[in-house]
Design a protein around this ligand. Structure first.
Ligand SMILES: Nc1ncnc2c1ncn2[C@@H]1O[C@H](COP(=O)(O)OP(=O)(O)OP(=O)(O)O)[C@@H](O)[C@H]1O
Length: 327
């Protein structure tokens, strides 16, 4: 049986559409559009989609930084709607976040030791010696020497800072890590190191990971499950290997083609498709059909008029596309 640590069902996040000099609210736009997902213990779920598709808003709502408009979120078997404020704050402590901006994620005037000590103090670890022991243990887990403790963020390289940010998450023994583009700001040579380290740490601590990325190459090595997000919706969802071998949605195929390291040799498998010149729809002006139809080379009249339902093409592989199986 699956051990689900965090899930959401039909999650909806709307923002008001404002107009005119007085910012009058004239409607609502769906930014996270009825998203459902399950995060399993010790596994990585990747959400992949281009900039602006709603990935960050989804993580903010899941974390409780922003309120959901509708739908449900369940953490360790309990709905967040039924949680006391204390339970909500315990949940937040068990979910830690890694961002891509390594410099902005650490306080510039705090030494590395202070940065690692702060979450421990906030989590009630009162004994200084105990804090130092946890810090030294965690530092070695991320492959950093104790001499870095007295340095400041600007004295570290991007890769070293990302290790410290990961250590800062780990000191409070989280259950889940949300990683928002954790390696996109790093040099290619460092990317593999950080990904390998995350894989090792995940295995060691049985961490669940929600990995946010705009590139399918980045998540290939680490994701167990991949969800492709477009315009606030999950348009394809499958186990990782299935996405790379048997993608069904044209948008997924475009993303595969855009990742040179994985697109090589895949042309014959139908991944050599391009985008039609067209705009991403405006969330403030919802359209009746498939949101991808303005950029899809296969779109026909039905795609313009009728929103595709989610259909299962094989066990655990779902897609929202009228053309699935035909292209
Ligand atoms: N507070 C807000 N009010 C209104 N619209 C917002 C707000 N926050 C985000 N948005 C809009 O929601 C959409 C999704 O934003 P989001 O940051 O989640 O995208 P993303 O997929 O994470 O992009 P990126 O990869 O660039 O971070 C964008 O169009 C953004 O302008």
């Amino acid at each position: 049986m699956k051990d689900i640590v965090l899930s959401c069902d039909n999650l909806l996040k709307q923002y008001p559409v404002k107009k005119g000099m007085f910012n009058k609210v004239v409607g609502q736009k769906n930014i996270v559009d009825h998203v459902s997902l399950e995060l399993e213990k010790g596994k990585t779920l990747a959400i992949v989609g281009e900039s602006g598709c709603g990935k960050t808003v989804l993580t903010r709502v899941l974390l409780g930084i922003e309120d959901k408009t509708d739908g449900s979120i369940v953490f360790e078997g309990k709905s967040v709607d039924d949680m006391t404020p204390q339970e909500k704050s315990d949940m937040k402590a068990k979910i830690q976040m890694i961002f891509q901006d390594t410099l902005g994620s650490l306080h510039p005037r705090m030494s590395i030791r202070e940065s690692l000590e702060e979450p421990l103090i906030l989590n009630g670890v009162k004994d200084k010696e105990e804090r130092e022991k946890i810090i030294l243990d965690t530092l070695s887990q991320v492959g950093m020497a104790p001499m870095f403790l007295d340095r400041y963020p600007h004295q570290l390289s991007g890769g070293q800072r990302q290790r410290i940010i990961i250590a800062r998450c780990l000191v409070v023994t989280p259950k889940i890590i949300f990683a928002d583009e954790p390696i996109s700001a790093l040099d290619v040579s460092l990317q593999a190191q950080v990904i390998n380290m995350l894989i090792d740490l995940q295995d060691k601590y049985k961490l669940s990971m929600l990995l946010i990325a705009h590139d399918l190459a980045v998540v290939r090595q680490i994701a167990d499950q991949i969800k492709i997000m477009y315009f606030g919706e999950i348009v394809e969802s499958a186990p990782s290997s299935e996405i790379y071998k048997n993608a069904q949605h044209p948008y997924t195929k475009v993303l595969l083609k855009a990742a040179p390291s994985i697109s090589k040799g895949l042309e014959d498998a139908g991944f050599d498709i391009d985008l039609k010149p067209g705009d991403i729809p405006d969330p403030a002006k919802p359209m009746p059909g498939c949101p991808f139809c303005t950029r899809c080379i296969y779109a026909d009249e039905r795609c313009m008029k009728e929103r595709p339902e989610e259909t299962e093409v094989s066990p655990g592989h779902t897609v929202r596309c009228h053309k699935a199986g035909q292209i």
